[in-house]
Structure formats: structure tokens, C-alpha cells
Design a protein around this ligand. Structure first.
Ligand code: NAD
Length: 500
């Protein structure tokens, strides 16, 4: 796969194993947010492309060679795909950084290796799946098997494009489904590259179809409404999840939602303050805060506020903002100008509203081209839990800080938003850590850490942060139907019989 193939003049859809343009010829610009320059054009998918993608997925699932693949064959194929991603890790990392503006150090050492690992991990799990069997007192044997759902739709966001697409692709393939993927309109390149990788890995045509384009009133919505699609796995904003749920209701789709977050780092006075403040800074500014698991809220016990803030400020001073392709850069640009302006408007709100103090940053830096989407790392002290900066997902390099005086108050503040995705609890008192973890309405709680993960564990959010869980067996469960087969055995002369 040569570099030139990865950035074509026009990114096309992958349907039935072929690269195709939109039937109506429509395209849109793919812009590098760090420069404002157009990287390439992208075919804009519509109902026609979704219809033909679902048609080819249906053929692949029902009658193509894919329908005959056994567990071992699927496992080998997943391994090959993971290997190919690793072989092309440098190119893929570059594409991801060009599309998103995120530092190459993150894409090369984080996103892309993780994308490969998603395939390797599910290759293993796929090979070792077991079906539970039960023998009743009457001698009958009952086995629950897992079967593919059929055609599934995957809709992914721009903040971790390949990482999240592969997080859904791998388990969906492990379970033998055929797929239509609709990547985010802002980040089409690594999904496009996956067309070549799947071809090279020998995936039969039509098993994975990729339709580029937009969401609402466009390709994404058409995918959700399509009667031939059995399930939608969606990662994105909470409001989008809500409209997808409504749009999918008439066709009774199975749905999984990973939605927005408003993560918190809670630092108690007895914590290792140096480690806690340093990690909290990283939690806030990785990928310029455009991470669902970002620790965008810092909550500090009042007695150590000055100490913690001074460490956070010195950590922030070390952040190097600049060209995402420079390996020493730790903060790139935001994903586009529109999003950068949204982030800037939250800081404007803070400046104009009582009870906010901008401690660090808060400006659009002037040393980059005007059409680039950079924003300074920003620290804002907030007095009221009702502030929009506390209640809404800013999704940018903006860290708020609040203080608390008691355990109960800390718990109340962390839980006091509509989101429930993640929090980090920092204390040396393990009893306190356990107690607070138990009280938090969050899908993920870290103790004295942030962002550590084991892919077997359940991943997802409570409240408005999600519906369902992904990860390990949970994703395999989502992407499959269960079928119970029961066989009577008249040779057993059982005293009792079990009936439905
Ligand atoms: P978004 O909701 O705007 O878009 C996500 C995807 O949905 C895109 O592919 C988009 O084209 C598509 N889409 C939009 N409207 C649609 C519709 N009506 N029907 C069908 N598809 C539609 O989200 P985004 O701005 O790309 O991503 C950022 C959001 O994602 C943040 O809220 C972030 O917290 C969330 N996120 C959550 C997780 C998690 O695991 N919980 C992980 C990453 C990102």
C-alpha cells in the first residue's frame, strides 16, 4: 500500500470490495485543522450509497464465502488485519494526525497500536469462545449458541477515529456479521485506508462496507433507518445518541451507545499530590481535551488547593503546542475551526459570568495561521456547580477547578452532572478510595490513576453517558444473537420434568 493510495484526490466509499464515488458525484473538503489547508476531497454518501452498502453486506452475510467462515478462520483473519495495521503504523499515524490535528506522539504510540490490538485481542477471544450447555433432571441437553446478527451499522466519531472504528469492527467481525461503517465526516482517511488493509488481509468483498459522509439527514441517518440493518453501535455526542435511538425505533434495532462525558479528577488532601496533579493535568489535556474520558473537572480538597494548583500550572507550562507532525509536540490543534470557536465561546462565557476566574490561558494563540484551529491550554476556577463549564461537555483544552471540604461534598460535586462516564479518585487511604468509588455514578472509576484499561472489562457510561457496555465479552454479546437448542433424551427415566 503506497502512500499515494492513502491520500487520493477523492476519498471514495468502499462498497462490495470496490472503491466507488457517490452516485450523485457530490464531494466535500477534508481539511487539515492545523493549517486550514484542504488535504483532499471526500465522496459524500447519501441514501443510494447506504442502500448499496447494505445490499452488498446482506449478500456477503447470507450467500458469500463469509457466511461459511468458522471461528478459527475468522480469528486468523482478525490477526492478519491487526498485523497489517502494525506494519503500516507510521503511515496510519500520520493520516490520523493530519485529519484530527492530534500530536503524532499520541497517534503513533496510542491510537494506531491500540487499533491493531483491538484486532489481536478479538482474534484471541474469537478463537476461544465457548457455548454454555446444561443437562436437566430429565436428561435433556440444552445449549446456547451465538450466531451473527446479520448486517450491523457502526457510526464513529472524529476524536479517536481508527481506535474507535476498530473497537467495533473487530468484535462485529469476530461474531460473523457483515458491516456498514459510517466514519465521522471530519476524519475519513484512516477508515479509507482500512479498505486497502481488508483487501490485503483477504476479507471477502462486501463484509465491510465503508460509506463516507455526514450524519443527520444524510448517510448516518439513512443507515440507522435502513430496515436491512439489525443493530447500530454508536459512539458520539449524547444528543446524537438520542436522535439515533428515535430514528432506529421503527425498525426495532438493537443499539449500543457510548456517549459524552464530564470526567472528574478528585484530589483528597492525603493523596500523593505531585502524582495526582500531574496525572490530572494529563487527563485534561491529552488530545487537547477531546477525549470522552478526559478529566475535564478537577476537584481539590480546599486545604491543598494552592499546592495542587501550583503543580498543575507548572505541568501546563511544559505543554508544547505546535505542528501535530512534530514528535516533540504534546498539544496539537482542535479538530476544526467550528469546534475551536465553540470551545472559545465557553471561555468567553466564563469571563463574562460571575464566579469564574481564568487562571491560565484562555486565548486563541496568534502564532499559527488564522485558518488553523489551535486553542491555549486553559485553567478556570469555578465557584458554582451550575456553571455551564461544569454541566456541559466543552471537549477542548479547558480544565475547570472546584474545591470541596468534605467527603460528601466531593461525591455530590462529582455526581452533580447529567453525565456518568468516568472519574479518578486520588487518596492514600484505600478505605476512602473504595467508599468514594462505590458512591460514584460513573461507568469507570480509577483509583490513583487515569486511562488504564484492560480490554476484558466493561466499558461505558451511566446516566447520559451511554446505554449498554462494550469491551471483551460484552461487545461479543452485543454483536450476536443467542439461540438455545434443546434435545430430549427418552432414555432417562426422570422423576421430574422441567417445562417452559
Ligand atoms: P457526533 O455525535 O457529532 O458524531 C458522531 C458520528 O455520528 C459521526 O460519524 C456523525 O456523522 C454521526 N451522526 C451525527 N448525527 C447523526 C444522526 N442524526 N444519525 C446518524 N449518525 C449521525 O460526535 P462527534 O462530535 O464526532 O464526537 C465527539 C463526541 O463523542 C463527544 O461527545 C464525546 O464525548 C463522544 N465520545 C464518546 C466516547 C465514549 O466511549 N463514551 C468515545 C469517544 C467520543
Amino acid at each position: 500500500m503506497k502512500r499515494l493510495e492513502l491520500i487520493p484526490d477523492v476519498v471514495r466509499h468502499s462498497i462490495g470490495g470496490e472503491l466507488v464515488r457517490s452516485q450523485n458525484g457530490e464531494t466535500f473538503d477534508n481539511v487539515n485543522p492545523a493549517t486550514g489547508e484542504v488535504i483532499c476531497k471526500v465522496s459524500k454518501g447519501s441514501d443510494e450509497e447506504i442502500n448499496s452498502a447494505v445490499e452488498s453486506a446482506t449478500q456477503a452475510w447470507k450467500v458469500g464465502p463469509w457466511s461459511q467462515y468458522n471461528q478459527s478462520q475468522r480469528s486468523s483473519l482478525l490477526r492478519r488485519v491487526g498485523d497489517l495495521i502494525l506494519q503500516r503504523k507510521e503511515e496510519l499515524a500520520e493520516l490520523e494526525s493530519l485529519d484530527t490535528g492530534k500530536p503524532i506522539s499520541e497517534t503513533l504510540n496510542g491510537d494506531i497500536p491500540r487499533a491493531a490490538f483491538n484486532f489481536h485481542f478479538y482474534s484471541e477471544l474469537c478463537a476461544h469462545q465457548v457455548s454454555p450447555s446444561f443437562r436437566s433432571d430429565d436428561g435433556s441437553i440444552h445449549t446456547t449458541l451465538r450466531e451473527p446478527l446479520g448486517v450491523v451499522g457502526l457510526i464513529t466519531p472524529w476524536n479517536l477515529p481508527l481506535y474507535l472504528a476498530t473497537w467495533k469492527l473487530a468484535p462485529a467481525l469476530a461474531q460473523g456479521n457483515a458491516i456498514v461503517l459510517k466514519p465521522a465526516e471530519l476524519t475519513p482517511l484512516t477508515a479509507f485506508a482500512m479498505h486497502h488493509i481488508f483487501q490485503e488481509a483477504g476479507l471477502p468483498p462486501g463484509v465491510v462496507n465503508i460509506v463516507q459522509g455526514f450524519g443527520g439527514a444524510s448517510a448516518g441517518e439513512a443507515l440507522v433507518k435502513h430496515p436491512g440493518v439489525k443493530a447500530i453501535s454508536f459512539t458520539g455526542e449524547t444528543v446524537t445518541g438520542s436522535s439515533i435511538m428515535a430514528a432506529g425505533a421503527p425498525t426495532l434495532k438493537k443499539m449500543s451507545f457510548e456517549l459524552g462525558g464530564k470526567g472528574a479528577s478528585v484530589i483528597f488532601a492525603d493523596a500523593d499530590l505531585q502524582l495526582a496533579a500531574k496525572t490530572a493535568t494529563r487527563a485534561a489535556f491529552r488530545n487537547a481535551g477531546q477525549v470522552c474520558l478526559a478529566g475535564s473537572r478537577l476537584l481539590v480538597e480546599e486545604s491543598v488547593f494552592e499546592q495542587v494548583i501550583s503543580i498543575v500550572k507548572s505541568e501546563m507550562a511544559q505543554i508544547k503546542m505546535g505542528d501535530p507532525l512534530d514528535p516533540s509536540v504534546t498539544l496539537g490543534s482542535l479538530v476544526n475551526l467550528e469546534h475551536r470557536n465553540k470551545v472559545a465561546s465557553y471561555v468567553e462565557y466564563a469571563r463574562k459570568t460571575k464566579g469564574h476566574e481564568v487562571i491560565v490561558g484562555g486565548r486563541i494563540p496568534d502564532r499559527f495561521p488564522e485558518s488553523s484551529a489551535y486553542f491555549e491550554p486553559t485553567l478556570i476556577k469555578v465557584d458554582s456547580q451550575a456553571s455551564r463549564l461544569i454541566q456541559e461537555e466543552v471537549f477542548g483544552p479547558v480544565l475547570t477547578v472546584q474545591t470541596f471540604n468534605s467527603l460528601d461534598q466531593a461525591i455530590e460535586l462529582v455526581n452533580g452532572t447529567k453525565y456518568g462516564l468516568s472519574a479518578s479518585v486520588w487518596t492514600k487511604d484505600i478505605n476512602k478510595a473504595q467508599f468514594v468509588s462505590g458512591k460514584l455514578r460513573m461507568g469507570l472509576v480509577w483509583i490513583n490513576s487515569w486511562f488504564i484499561r484492560n480490554l476484558h472489562t466493561a466499558f461505558g457510561g451511566m446516566k447520559h453517558s451511554g446505554v449498554g457496555r462494550e469491551g471483551g465479552q460484552y461487545s461479543l454479546d452485543f454483536f450476536s444473537e443467542m439461540k438455545t437448542i434443546s434435545q430430549a433424551n427418552p432414555m432417562f427415566d426422570a422423576p421430574t420434568k422441567t417445562w417452559i
